[in-house]
Design a protein around this ligand. Structure first.
Ligand code: SF4
Length: 448
């Protein structure tokens, strides 16, 4: 998510911002602009940011306010692509959000019983309905009342013709930061989007905070009862870019510490060298290698020029999707015992194909060190790929996983080790629910 208020090139900057945030969603992209006249302009589409937007789009996206999103449009439907815009009482509103609303289905059913008609499955549309129902209280109080009904994780950006509003749930599950560029204010999921345009990082939007940005400047409200924070620790394992700071910490350094702690926790594992499956495991592998004094090698090389659209190969070319991206250095791995450091195992399909490619290249022994604990439980806070029943560690023991992945050894970072990597202790302000089943907001109570 990215938004900017108060810049004449708002749409173009939103494009750059989304470009920097592309790793947070690759199926769809959208930008809506406002602030010139009464209306909104928008462009959305399925695909990467570079595929959806073209130079001539920017002249059709006027206005000094822009709001954009990259995401996973559910079921690949154009209507589900964010940002989501509505017209209500002669006013335009555009909303984009990340997260997951646990009581979304029951709220939606209640509204439908009362006559609301939904066009999409998105939580953004649900929030718009709730806001419209409370607009008689005015925008500020109406938004507070609408957000008060939500149980879950959300970061949202709401745009009107003359203002930009950001809100973060009281537990602060997902990151959202505030930056400044000349006279403009920027809101973004990660700080890497600010760096790209030389914007200055000001601070995080705080958990439970609603931030109003308009011609008068910034105004902060904290209308909700403070709750224990539950920042998503998976941001430090996989989601966030390593050059970003999230929840006040640098991701690269946290990942390196994960590798160092893996080394501490697994002193008996030995091999000729340590390597990673680039890029995800590389930062932890560097930390591991330095801490153990085992050399780090680029045992597998990544092709950086793989687009999404290439001619599908004939079925006789096995594992083409994996092979076109990553290719082992045969002369390096042949006949060797290797340690592979990876960030996490979710479904297990990607690591399995990569291990097979190392086997074909002649690796004698493959020992996997995973820089996070076994991921056994679903995420209800907006991470769809951590779904129930799809997680390798959810239905297999470590020994079974080892056999299924054809590994000679498999070790995971402990939950305590993961917390230490973000300089936190037990009961710190982090969510580890997909690892430890300790849900900050229990799904049983909220989900239908
Ligand atoms: S359950 Fe896992 S992925 Fe979801 S918010 Fe918690 S730590 Fe993050």
């Amino acid at each position: 998510m990215f938004a900017i208020y108060g810049h004449q090139n708002a749409a173009r900057l939103a494009f750059y911002g989304l470009y920097a945030l592309q790793h947070r969603g690759q199926q769809s992209a959208g930008i809506v602009t406002a602030g010139q006249g009464d209306g909104f302009a928008f462009k959305k589409g399925m695909g990467l940011v570079s595929e959806v937007f073209h130079e001539d789009d920017f002249s059709r996206l006027p206005g000094h306010i822009a709001c954009g999103h990259v995401g996973y449009a559910s079921a690949g439907s154009y209507r589900d692509i964010q940002p989501f815009s509505i017209r209500y009482n002669d006013q335009f509103f555009t909303l984009t959000m990340t997260g997951g609303i646990l009581n979304g289905p029951s709220l939606r059913r209640r509204l439908e019983k009362e006559g609301s008609i939904f066009q999409t499955d998105s939580d953004s549309e649900l929030i718009m309905h709730l806001l419209a129902r409370h607009m008689h209280q005015g925008l500020e109080q109406g938004l507070i009342s609408a957000l008060n009904l939500l149980r879950g994780a959300y970061c949202l950006l709401l745009m009107t013709n003359d203002s930009l509003i950001a809100a973060r749930d009281p537990r602060g599950f997902r990151p959202l930061c505030l930056g400044r560029m000349e006279d403009a204010y920027i809101l973004a999921s990660e700080t890497c989007a600010l760096d790209l345009m030389d914007a200055v990082y000001l601070r995080e939007v705080e958990p439970g905070e609603i931030l109003f940005v308009n011609r008068q400047g910034l105004r902060s409200l904290k209308p909700f009862t403070p709750l224990k924070h539950a920042h998503c620790i998976f941001e430090f394992v996989y989601f966030a870019r390593p050059d970003s700071n999230v929840f006040g910490q640098n991701v690269y350094l946290a990942r390196k510490r994960q590798g160092e702690i893996l080394a501490e926790e697994n002193r008996t594992v030995t091999a000729k060298f340590a390597m990673s499956f680039p890029d995800s495991g590389t930062y932890a592998a560097l930390g591991y290698s330095a801490a153990r004094g085992i050399p780090f090698e680029m045992g597998i090389i990544r092709n950086h020029y793989v687009g999404r659209t290439f001619i599908q190969p004939s079925p006789d070319i096995r594992d083409f999707q994996i092979k076109i991206k990553l290719n082992p250095v045969r002369e390096l791995v042949r006949g060797q015992e290797v340690i592979v450091v990876d960030d996490s195992i979710v479904r297990g399909t990607t690591i399995k194909a990569r291990v097979q490619s190392l086997r074909r290249a002649g690796a004698a022994k493959i020992k996997a060190l995973i820089a996070s604990p076994p991921c056994r439980h679903a995420c209800y806070y907006g991470v769809d790929f951590l779904g129930r029943g799809e997680l390798m560690a959810g239905s297999h023991t470590v020994e079974e996983t080892m056999r299924l992945l054809d590994l000679d050894d498999l070790r995971y970072l402990s939950a305590g080790g993961l917390l230490r990597s973000v300089r936190a202790e037990k009961n710190a302000d982090f969510c580890l629910a997909c690892f430890d089943n300790n849900y900050p907001l229990p799904p049983e109570e909220e989900r239908d």
